[in-house]
Structure formats: C-alpha cells, structure tokens
Design a protein around this ligand. Structure first.
Ligand code: TXA
Ligand code: MG
Length: 347
C-alpha cells in the first residue's frame, strides 16, 4: 500500500480523507493531543485494519472520536448527568469518558468490553473530518504499538508508512501527550490514564475523582495500558529524589559510565542542561523546556524521545517531574517509557 501525505489546510483533502474512511480506509489525522489513526467506528472490518497496521493486541480497546455531542447517543447507551457536565466543560478537549457502549459500536472497538471510550478532540481538522464522514471515528494514537505517540506527520510516516492510506498533515500537535481517560461507570469516577486535562480541573467540576495511581507501587488498570509503553528504542532511566543536586550528580556519574561504551542521551529542563556539559563526546543533552513550563515539556516529550532514538543513543537519562497538573501525565509517560522502573537517589 502507498501512504499519501496531504495537507489538512485544503477543504478538498478533508473530503478525500472522509471518503477514504467511509470506504473502510485508514486515515491518520491531527488532534490537539497526538495524531490519531482513524477508521469508521461503525465498521468492524475497517477497525480491524487499525490493529493490523499498528501491531496492536486485540485486548487494547480504542477511543471513539465525535464532532459533537449529538453523536453521543449512537456511541454510548447511557450518559450520566456528571458525564454531560464534563462534556459541556471540557469538550472539545483532551478528556476521554468511559461510558456504557451502544449497540452500533462493534465489539472489536472496545475489545469486547461493555463500555466505550469517547472524546471530542479540540482540533479543526479532526472535527471537520468526522463531520464530513458523518460517522464516529475510532482512533488510537498513530504510532506502532508500544512506541512514543506521534506529534507530527513525520512521526506517523516513520512508524506506519506503507501500512495506512492517508496522513492529513496539520502540523505539530499543541498538547503533545494523550487525553485524560476518566471512567464514568464507577462512583466516584476514576482516572485510568492521566493526560491533557488535569486531575485538579476534573475535581473542580466533579468534586470527587479518584485516581488509578501511576506510582511505583501500583499498576494501571486500563486495559492495554501495558507496563512498557511509549518507549523509544533506547533504555529510559528515570531518576528521582528529594535533593535535586544529588539526583543530578547521580545522573552525571551514570552518564559518564555509560558513555564509555555507547552514546548516551540526557533529557533535562533547560535550566539544568549546562550541568551535563563537557562530560563526554558521547553524551547528548537535550532540553525538555523550562522547568516552570510543564506544558512545554509535554508538547515536546515524545518528539524528544524519538529525536534521541534517531541519534542512536543506547540509554536516555531523565528526571521525574512533579506529579501535579499536567506533570502527573508527564510522570506517567516517562514512568512507562522506563518500563515502570525508577532510580531513587537518597538524600
Ligand atoms: O489523546 C488521545 O487519547 C489519543 C488521540 C488520538 O485521541 N488517543 C489515544 O489512544 O491515546 P490510544 O489507543 O493510544 O489509547 C487509548 C487507551 C487504550 O490503550 C485503553 O487503555 C483505553 O484507552 N481505553 C479505550 N477504551 C476503553 C474502555 N472501554 N475502558 C477502559 N479503557 C479504555
Ligand atoms: Mg497509544
């Protein structure tokens, strides 16, 4: 199969892409979070193509994307008042709600679960595409299974060239990490995956929201949320500790040791980059943005991981962010890309 990349800025291209979806094709498109790999959510056949293209296990259910809440009844059989309220507040936006599934959605989409994940993305291209197709669009992140999610069209091509029909290129995605997944079928609602909408924002609407903690001690329960996920080819080493200087010193020591035999990547906030200067020719240090701007870090996270992979580093050393606001989602992605291992530096 030949994969075509077309600009999202042309109306005709949106129509072309919608047509492709309705014929059972696979179309990658931008959302505000990451690029999605879309198929007609009402077609079993089309959705099965997503699993093949990504190499995704059948037990990993897919999020269904809508262009308006009018489509909600065709996807979810029941929408509790609290879910309506969240949709009113955060849609379009990076919040996915888990609701009871409607019959029109084939079981393959939800991996046979009685529930379905739904969201309305805050991206004009995505909304125009769904509107033009007139069907809900099932779309996981448009990466090969287990790899960091794609935040630009290039990343999609790097993973899926020749395996999908079309890529709608709408430039880099502004949020950079995936949506927050909130299970609305339990009381109180539970965050299954932290993401673009913070726990604090959800709590301001819901009052109570519990979290399936992404800590060293607990596993995420969301199906498909494997321990090793979002992973570059390099081994990620995630450092943490109360004393920042001691953590940095430990990272420097480890980098010097690793750099004796292989290229080693360092990913730290802008303010700390200089502390890794001159360690070795084999050490490549990249900034994750300003320490005070976790949104910027989120925007660049996956592309930085991919960039370091391209430079051929064997390890990537990085620091655990504070688990507040979008920092919780950042921590989750880094923790998983590190295969759920953390190096704690005492002191
Ligand atoms: O921002 C996003 O959410 C992006 C964009 C493209 O919308 N999508 C995304 O999809 O991250 P994906 O497939 O990479 O991750 C979706 C995750 C699944 O791995 C699964 O854990 C969870 O959503 N999920 C889907 N349906 C579910 C369900 N019925 N119950 C619980 N978890 C579900
Ligand atoms: Mg994904």
């Amino acid at each position: 199969m030949q994969t075509q990349v077309i600009t999202a800025n042309v109306k005709k291209n949106i129509e072309l892409a919608a047509d492709c979806l309705l014929k059972g094709g696979l179309v990658a498109f931008p959302t505000e979070t990451v690029y999605g790999l879309g198929a007609d959510a009402t077609s079993r056949e089309a959705v099965s193509g997503i699993f093949t293209a990504k190499g995704r296990p059948a037990a990993d259910p897919i999020i269904v994307h809508l262009d308006s809440t009018d489509m909600l009844p065709s996807v979810a059989s029941e929408v509790p008042e609290a879910a309506r309220q969240l949709a009113d507040t955060f849609w379009p936006g990076p919040l996915t709600l888990i609701l009871p599934k409607a019959a029109a959605i084939p079981d393959i989409v939800t991996s046979n679960l009685p529930t379905v994940a739904v969201r309305m993305p805050r991206n004009e291209t995505a909304l125009a595409l769904i509107r033009a197709a007139g069907v809900p669009v099932a779309a996981p992140s448009a990466n090969s299974f287990g790899r960091p999610s794609p935040t630009c069209a290039r990343h999609v091509i790097d993973d899926l060239d020749g395996k999908i029909d079309l890529v709608l290129d709408g430039g880099p995605t502004p949020v950079g990490i995936e949506s927050t997944i909130l299970d609305m079928t339990t009381t109180p609602p539970v965050i299954l995956r932290p993401g673009g909408i913070s726990r604090e924002s959800l709590a301001s609407v819901l009052g109570e929201v519990s979290i399936l903690a992404t800590s060293e001690h607990e596993d995420l329960r969301a199906p498909g949320q494997m321990k090793q996920h979002y992973a570059p080819k390099a081994l990620v080493l995630l450092f943490a500790g109360r004393n920042r200087q001691k953590v940095i010193a430990a990272m420097r020591d480890r980098a010097i040791e690793l750099a004796r035999s292989a290229k080693t990547g360092i990913m730290v906030p802008q303010e700390e980059v200089s502390q890794f200067n001159g360690l070795s020719e084999n050490v490549i240090t990249v900034s994750t943005g300003a320490l005070t701007d976790p949104e910027e870090t989120a925007r660049g996270l996956f592309s930085t991981l991919r960039e370091l992979d391209k430079k051929g580093v064997s390890h990537i050393l990085t620091i655990a962010p504070a688990k507040e606001g979008i920092g919780l989602a950042l921590f989750d992605r880094l923790y998983k890309s590190a295969g759920s291992r953390i190096i704690t530096v005492d002191g």
